[in-house]
Ligand binder design. Structure first.
Ligand code: PA5
Length: 403
């Protein structure tokens, strides 16, 4: 007889806490809030260009996009970030049209330094503009091809530590450099992340909710294997995309017992997706948990005016209402409707206001949550072997076509 098991006992919160604590010095993202940012600030203050073109993909751009997209409408930055993430030729051309190339700083970000999307777009730009220390900066691992190129061409480089994975790198130079250049307060960002770190590891405010949420997700993962992030602000669309990568690429894995693990992330934006996916949540299969994200204070008084349209008397209850109050009520009504159904697990995260501190607290909490869930389900949260096969096939296809 041969016996092999593919089940395991879910560990206690205390055991998981010890496992997470045990990797704090080995997995680099945990300690990013404590780093010295003087070199980033020094470089940033000397940037004169108005356009900052970020060339990168995945973990090298999504976190920056999430923070920038969250903050930009509420702040007036005098520089603009442009994201070049895709090999779609129409997308590249359309984005380049928005740049004045002579007034652009190119920030090329790739941990490995060989990602095909990033290098092909960088090559294209290098055919249009001479890459020089005054208009190009590299963020990569110290010993990558990209860093070698930078050194040969006297370009400044910022290092991505080897033990910081791409999707956990937003609080490294990957996110901090472009955000600092554009005028984001990176000390406040790191302050938010640090606050959550300290609170969690000293078992204060952030410990219990994060641990309990992870435990709930894991204990119920076979029934509720889809996690919907329902964010009530268009400025959180980038956060949704970042979360999808963090959650999906970290947790979609085969665990130590050879069992497939997957908690499928979905990102929705309210109120727009109330007119789309909400029906599926409300009446579809009970396989989803829903996390609502609300903004407490939009600091915006835009108001629905009174009496500008005839014939809408039955809608006059919205007259004089601030849009911020309307979206808040829409979120609350949807949350209530989901709660009333009684069989859809949901939680609500309220962000105090649109600033660096608050978005960083949220993102660091999601990073911790991902690490904790990874420990519970016994996977390697930080690798991504599933994406390698496609890269190898692509390389051999392109090489064959060249012959
Ligand atoms: O999280 C990850 O590791 C990936 O999503 C990477 O960030 C992505 O593949 C880009 O890789 P690189 O930064 O090496 O160009």
């Amino acid at each position: 007889m041969y016996y092999s098991k593919n089940f395991y006992q879910i560990k206690s919160n205390e055991e998981i806490f010890e496992l997470v604590k045990g990797e704090v010095d080995e997995i680099g993202y945990y300690n990013l809030p404590l780093q010295d940012t003087s070199a980033i600030k020094e470089f940033s203050k000397n940037v004169t260009q108005k356009n900052i073109a970020i060339i990168g993909i995945g973990g090298s751009t999504l976190g920056t996009y999430a923070i920038y997209n969250f903050l930009k409408k509420a702040h007036s930055y005098d520089k603009t970030l442009h994201f070049f993430e895709s090999t779609d030729p129409m997308d590249i051309k359309a984005r380049i049209k928005k740049l004045e190339l002579a007034d652009t700083l190119f920030v090329v970000i790739s941990k490995s330094g060989t990602t095909i999307e990033t290098i092909s777009v960088f090559k294209y730009f290098a055919s249009l503009v001479k890459m020089e220390p005054s208009n190009c900066v590299i963020v990569s691992e110290d010993d990558s091809k990209l860093s070698d190129y930078a050194r040969k061409n006297n370009l400044q480089t910022f290092d991505i530590p080897k033990n910081v994975g791409g999707r956990f790198s937003v609080f490294s130079a990957v996110g901090l450099l472009p955000l600092c250049i554009v005028g984001v307060d990176i000390d406040r960002l790191l302050g938010g992340a640090k606050m959550v770190k300290e609170s969690f590891f000293t078992k204060k405010e952030y410990y219990e909710p994060t641990m309990q949420k992870a435990r709930f997700m894991v204990e119920n993962k076979n029934r509720f294997n889809i996690n919907v992030l329902f964010s009530y602000s268009s400025s959180l669309e980038g956060l949704n995309k970042w979360y999808i990568q963090l959650w999906g690429e970290s947790l979609g894995k085969i665990n130590v017992n050879g069992t497939r693990q997957a908690l499928t992330p979905i990102g929705l934006v309210g109120p727009v997706d109330q007119h789309s996916f909400l029906q599926l949540i409300a009446e579809g299969k009970r396989d989803k948990t829903v996390t609502f994200i609300k903004i407490n204070d939009f600091e915006d008084d835009l108001t629905i005016p009174k009496g500008t349209l005839d014939g809408f008397d039955d809608l006059d209850y919205i007259d004089g209402l601030k849009f911020s109050e309307l979206i808040e009520s829409q979120a609350n009504a949807t949350i209530q409707a989901i709660k009333d159904l009684g069989d859809i697990p949901c939680d609500v995260i309220t962000i105090d206001k649109v600033d660096e501190f608050n978005i960083a607290k949220l993102m660091y909490t999601f990073e911790l949550l991902t690490s904790i869930v990874g420990k519970f389900v016994r996977i390697n949260t930080y690798d991504q072997p599933g994406v390698e096969a496609g890269k190898i096939i692509l390389k051999s296809m392109l090489k064959k076509e060249k012959q």
